[in-house]
Ligand binder design. Sequence first.
Ligand code: HEM
Length: 411
Amino acid sequence: MDAQTAAFPANIPAHVPPELVWDHAISEYALELEDPYLGAARLHEGPNIIYSTKGFFDQPSWIITRHALIQEAFLDYAHFSSAQNSDATALLGVAWKLNPLEIDPPAHAAYRRILNPWLTPKAVDALSETVRGICRSLIAEFEDHGGCEFISEFASLFPGHIFLTLMGMPRDRLDQFLKWEDAFMHGKDMPTRINAAREILHYLESYIAERRNDPRDDLVSAILAAEIDGRPLNDGEIMGMCYVLYLGGLDTVMSSLGWAMRHLASNLPLQERLARNPEDISLMVDESLRAHGVTATRRVVTEDFEFHGVLFKKGDCVSLPTFLASRDARQYENPHVIDIDRKASHLTFANGPHFCVGMHLARREMRIVLEEFLSRFSNLRVAEGETVVLNTKSVWSVQHLPLVWDKRSPA
Ligand code: HEM
């Protein structure tokens, strides 16, 4: 890691020691190597905490590079506030917060309690057959084609279907919804992305109004019926909760599916082990999640204090990249090796009060997808002469994954 000491960049706060200044964006630095996880892990050769001039989506920010310290920051919500976790609401120009994501404890727990019952392992069991049905119907579109572009034909569509199911939203809006979703996630410029985010917001608003008049057995109706301190949620709280479910559960699942499938496509013996022993697929899901943290989430420092020898000042922005925690050799032996028998815990779903409420659903979605692909197709591989495209701009993802396969004969 070449901490910038010679040409000291302008506008660095006085409390930042020059030897910790790093004048790079991690998104570009990671892509200097073919595998961005290896590219980013070069930061482990340097200090545990650095100050990047472009640390959080091009804004100056501290970056914590080590698994143990990232975990500590996730747990220490008193010093590391989530109140400005995302730029989404600023981009949308709204006054409400994403919730429970941007609510600090102790207020956080009451919001979180509304979502918990809908995303427990038992609730996910009840959703599983629907999830499998959606997975099968998407696969049916290309099952006999000998291959597919895994991201556009499957991984970018699948989580959107599940989101609509969870929220109880009608399928007739699915195509439109997915177009907005695609423009929001992959739009060519910021105005296109913001416009799509607003369309989604308007759609959620009209759907919330519908459910208010006609409550059903779905998550949106449950949010509308919920009370905090004996009062119903106000409009901003309701929208903040619906929007965070949308933001939290789509891109992340698409990305995690992409990394898992990319690894499988490079490892035929692993495919065969999993096809013969489908009960091991859960191990693959978790080890792929361990090795492929996809988010860098933000905290803001609440008061001046020293963290592992570095002075943090009130208001400093701190980035917690789970993709660096994933590959920390102080935490994992041979961190870059995907070994499904290691059964290691990880920070891909974070830790502390904001740990991912959707993690059981996400794991189940991934397990079902791998089960359905591996029971149908063998020798899954990247099509010859084709290139895999990776994206480290926001949520780390595989953007283009052209796969081919042989069809398994029915058992
Ligand atoms: C593999 C897929 C997923 C990954 C990697 C992931 C990752 C994360 C992470 C790292 C956080 C913590 C953010 C922070 O502390 O700043 C989080 C929180 C959250 N996630 Fe997920 N997530 C995934 C899937 C989902 C799904 C499917 C849903 C919805 C059903 C969801 C909903 C949420 C919500 C609502 C929060 C905020 C929880 C809180 O503040 O208490 N996530 N997720």
